[in-house]
Design a protein around this ligand. Structure first.
Ligand code: FES
Length: 113
């Protein structure tokens, strides 16, 4: 397993490094988007839901209230409980989408001023 994995957000042409043993959420926090949710960090609150579209990963215990078995089979995971085994591509879902969208529109506005 590599020491660092590159994780790319499909919709935003943005990526971050994740270290071995580190959760996706921990790596995502380094993107520096204001408001990245750091809820329970334990797979229980569901605020960090993402869909892995490419790559291998391991997941810990996740609340079935937030990720059904069907969703999990389609790559949906809670970022705080997901550990990449190599480079990954993912889509943010739900609450995270609003945060990243907001951050991108704020950055565009600042770039135009
Ligand atoms: S931070 Fe609560 S489920 Fe991930």
């Amino acid at each position: 397993m590599p020491l660092h994995c590159k994780v790319t957000l499909d919709n935003y042409r943005e990526s971050f490094d994740c270290r071995t043993g580190e959760s996706l959420l921990r790596g995502m926090e380094r993107l520096g988007h204001k408001g990245i949710p750091v809820g329970c960090r334990n797979g229980g609150c569901g605020v960090c839901k993402v869909r892995v579209t490419r790559g291998e990963y391991e997941v810990g215990k996740m609340s079935r209230d937030h990720v059904s078995e069907d969703e999990q089979n389609q790559g949906v995971v809670l970022a705080c409980r997901c550990h990449p085994r190599g480079d990954l591509q993912l889509q943010v879902l739900g609450h995270l989408t609003r945060i990243i969208e907001k951050s991108h529109s704020f950055n565009k506005q600042n770039a135009n001023n």
